[in-house]
Design a protein around this ligand. Structure first.
Ligand code: AHG
Ligand code: MN
Ligand code: MN
Ligand code: MN
Length: 333
């Protein structure tokens, strides 16, 4: 059987399923191509002098790694000239990046977390890129921040790349979730994981336990019950994993089930959680829901949230449906 490349997959989605138009297809192709260049830089590591701190900070209040900056630039350079985008927003940039005036503008808005899990880069642990695509309403200036503030349900595509032992791209166009593995010699993304689904039940959870003393009561109750194992109310032993790269943790959950949580905590009342709604929570929630899982902020479905700011943060509970239902129910009582 001939192998299905990402390009062929997208063309067939356009032709058969009408799931995307040519401009959206180009948007995804360009992001995927940029991710190959990011993959190349990551894999070179110390040989290319790309490890370590950039010496700059971002709008999130984080110290940027060299690769945070490189990945952001690679994605900007690749995406600004194709004529398919109205504007670009990134975790690493305070304001949306306008399309330079020498290029035509298109109908889509691209948002990304250029390098997710960047604290792991210098210790050679999986990192990723996360992206989300929205429509830009006709006649609206894409550089107006407000145009990006659309609920996650409005995403027309979302995906991530995980730079791990294999480099994979996982994509949803709103009709299931499909995984592609990079065949590096050929330079092609090959469909290797069609129709990925999250098992409904699980015995695995992901949370940064060091924050336990700051958690709210429903989260503490939920995790305590998992830790109680067979003897506790859940009646089974759970295992724990925490990579500290959301992409890697979510990829594990897509592959073998589990729940991923980054709850709000009591330290910073104005920051409900660490993860960013537009660059992390929304695209990952879209993917997880499309794979049959669920995603909430403890109270509401993440995809229904009306964003109020580009860099807004949100509490995240996502993964196997049953588990997300339990922890969400605990927030209600
Ligand atoms: P980023 O590297 O894009 O800033 O994201 C890091 C995020 C996410 O990938 C991960 O789940 C989480 O931060 C880890 O946080 P802790 O270091 O607090 O565990
Ligand atoms: Mn960051
Ligand atoms: Mn991130
Ligand atoms: Mn990042």
């Amino acid at each position: 059987m001939s192998r299905i490349s990402l390009s062929r997959f997208l063309i067939e989605q356009q032709r058969k399923n009408n799931a995307i138009d040519a401009e959206l297809r180009l948007s995804i192709e360009v992001v995927a191509r940029a991710c190959k260049a990011i993959n190349h830089a990551i894999r070179k590591g110390a040989l290319a002098g790309v490890l370590g701190e950039a010496g700059t900070g971002n709008i999130q209040g984080e110290a940027q790694k060299k690769l945070d900056v490189i990945a952001n630039e690679v994605l900007l350079d690749a995406n600004e000239w194709g004529g398919h985008l109205a504007a670009i927003a990134s975790e690493e940039m305070e304001h949306p990046h306008p399309i330079p005036t020498d290029y035509p503008k298109g109908g889509y808005l691209l948002l990304f977390d250029p390098l997710d899990g960047s604290s792991n880069i210098d210790v050679n642990i999986s990192v990723g890129t996360i992206f989300s695509l929205l429509r830009c309403p006709d006649g609206v200036d894409g550089t107006d921040e407000k145009v990006f503030l659309q609920p996650g349900t409005q995403q027309v595509a979302a995906g991530y790349t995980v730079y791990g032992p294999q480099t994979m791209l996982v994509l949803t166009l709103g009709n299931g979730v499909h995984g592609f593995t990079l065949d590096a010699e050929i330079g092609s993304w090959i469909l290797t994981h069609p129709n990925m689904t999250v098992p409904e039940e699980t015995k695995e959870f992901a949370i940064n336990m060091s924050n336990m003393r700051h958690w709210e009561a429903p989260v503490k109750r939920y995790i305590d019950e998992l830790l109680a194992g067979k003897e506790g109310p859940r009646g089974k032993d759970y295992n724990m994993r925490w990579v500290a790269s959301m992409v890697a943790d979510v990829h594990r959950i897509l592959t073998r089930g589990g729940i991923f949580t980054y709850p709000r905590d009591a330290r910073e009342p104005n920051k409900p959680g660490k993860l960013r709604l537009m660059y992390e929570a929304n695209p990952m929630s879209f993917i997880i829901e499309q794979a049959g899982g669920a995603a909430t902020n403890g109270h509401q479905r993440i995809l229904d949230l009306q964003p109020t700011a580009l860099h807004e943060r949100v509490a995240v509970f996502l993964g196997s449906k049953r588990e997300v239902e339990v922890v969400t129910r605990y927030h209600q009582s």
